[in-house]
Design a protein around this ligand. Structure first.
Ligand SMILES: Cc1cc2nc3c(=O)[nH]c(=O)nc-3n(C[C@H](O)[C@H](O)[C@H](O)COP(=O)(O)OP(=O)(O)OC[C@H]3O[C@@H](n4cnc5c(N)ncnc54)[C@H](O)[C@@H]3O)c2cc1C
Length: 318
C-alpha cells in the first residue's frame, strides 16, 4: 500500500525538524522520515553501559550558539543549559545529552524512524518516494540530508539543483569517545587546536546532567587527519587516536574504561551553498541543511525554517 502525505520531510535533524514544526504550525499535514534509529542526526548522544553504570558522549555537535531568536527560543523550549566552567555564556548544551534538544523539537511531529529513502521520482500528485518502509506519495518533498547524499538521490527530475549541490564541499570528522576512571587528570574543559591532529578536545562530563564518577572525553580529528584515515577499521582508529588524546590530557591510555571512534563522513560544510535552500522550478521539491548557510546547527535551523516560510507563501502551487 502506498502511504500519502501533503508534505514529506526527509531527515529528522535540526533542519528537518525546524521545517516540519513550522509547516505543522502553519496547518500543513507533515510526515518526517529518517534512516536513523534515533532523532537528531548530527546533534547526537551515544549512551554506553559500563560496569559503573551508563555513561554518554555528545559525539556530534558539541555546543549550540546563535543569534537567530527563533533558534534561541527553540533551545530554551528544549531545556538547553549553559556549559558551566566554560566561561563563555553563549555556549548551550542539551541536558542530559545533546540529543535531548532535537528529541524535544520533535514533540508532536509524525516521524518514521529507521526508514531510509532510496529513490525519488515524479508522480501525478507530486513525488513518489521509495523507502525501506515502502512507497510514500507526497505533494511536496523537503530533503534535509547532507549535500553529497542529496546529490546521490537526485535523478533527472532534480537535475536543475544538482549543479548547485555540486558546489558544496563537506569535510569528514573522526570523533573519539573515551572514558577514564574518576580522579584521572582534567587539564581543561575544552581545547581547540586547529593545527593539531586532534583539533578539538572536550571533557564531556563537565556538561550539566552527565553521569558522575567517570571522566569522559570527546576528541575530534582535524579534517585532514579524518580524510586520510576515514577508511581504517574501528580498532585501528582507536589505536591511532587514543594515544593522541592521552598525550594531550596527560592520561594513562592503559586505564581507559571505554574507547570508540565514530566516523562522520559528512560532518561540516567547508564550502557552503551561500543561500538558505534550493528548489526545483515548480517548488514541489526543496533541499536544505546546515550546508546551505554554514556549518552549525543554527544554520540548519535557519534553512529549515526558511523552506517552510517559502512553502507557506506558495501554498497554491501543487
Ligand atoms: C563532529 C561534529 C561536531 C559538530 N560540532 C558542532 C557544534 O559544536 N556546534 C554546532 O552548532 N554544530 C556542530 N556541528 C554541526 C551540526 O551537528 C549540524 O550543523 C547539524 O546537526 C546539521 O543538522 P541537519 O538537520 O542539517 O543535518 P543532519 O543532522 O545530518 O540530519 C540529516 C538527517 O537525515 C537522515 N538521513 C540521511 N540520509 C537519509 C536517507 N536517505 N533517508 C532517510 N534519512 C536520511 C540522517 O539520518 C540524519 O538524521 C557538528 C557536527 C559534527 C559532525
Amino acid at each position: 500500500m502506498v502511504q500519502a502525505t501533503e508534505c514529506l520531510v526527509i531527515g529528522a535533524g535540526v533542519t528537518g525538524l525546524a521545517c516540519a514544526a513550522a509547516l505543522r504550525d502553519a496547518g500543513h499535514d507533515v510526515l518526517v522520515l529518517d534512516k536513523g534509529r534515533g532523532i537528531g542526526g548530527r546533534m547526537a548522544t551515544r549512551r554506553v553501559k559500563l560496569d559503573h553504570g551508563e555513561i554518554s558522549f555528545d559525539h556530534g555537535a558539541q555546543y549550540l550558539r546563535g543569534d537567530n531568536p527563533r533558534f534561541r527560543a527553540a533551545l530554551t523550549d528544549a531545556g538547553a543549559q549553559h556549559w558551566p566552567g566554560d566561561g563563555n555564556r553563549d555556549r548551550l548544551v542539551g541536558v542530559p545529552g545533546m540529543s535531548t534538544v532535537p528529541r524535544r523539537m520533535a514533540k508532536g511531529l509524525s516521524i518514521l524512524q529507521s526508514t531510509e529513502v532510496t529513490a525519488l521520482g515524479r508522480s501525478d500528485l507530486g513525488w513518489r518516494v521509495h523507502s525501506t518502509g515502502g512507497e510514500i506519495s507526497a505533494r511536496r518533498v523537503v530533503l534535509t540530508i547532507p549535500a553529497p547524499q542529496a546529490r546521490a538521490l537526485l535523478t533527472a527530475e532534480g537535475a536543475s539543483v544538482a549543479d548547485h549541490l555540486a558546489t558544496v564541499q563537506m569535510a569528514p570528522c573522526l570523533t573519539l569517545m573515551a572514558a577514564f576512571p574518576a580522579g584521572s587528570p582534567r587539564p581543561f574543559i575544552h581545547e581547540p587546536a586547529p593545527d593539531a591532529e586532534l583539533s578539538w578536545i572536550a571533557q564531556d562530563n563537565s556538561k550539566p546532567g552527565r553521569a558522575e564518577g567517570v571522566v569522559t572525553w570527546v576528541a575530534q580529528a582535524s579534517a585532514d587527519f579524518s580524510a586520510r584515515h576515514l577508511e581504517q577499521t574501528p580498532d585501528r582508529l582507536v589505536d591511532l587516536m587514543l594515544p593522541l588524546l592521552a598525550a594531550r590530557i596527560g592520561g594513562d591510555l592503559q586505564l581507559a574504561l571505554y574507547a570508540a571512534v565514530h566516523r562522520w563522513r559528512y560532518a561540516q560544510a567547508v564550502t557552503p551553498l551561500g543561500q538558505p535552500f534550493l528548489h526545483v522550478p515548480d517548488r514541489s521539491l526543496y533541499l536544505g541543511g546546515d550546508w546551505c548557510l554554514g556549518a552549525r546547527a543554527e544554520h540548519g535551523f535557519a534553512s529549515g525554517y526558511a523552506i517552510a516560510q517559502d512553502m507557506a507563501g506558495q501554498a497554491d502551487v501543487a
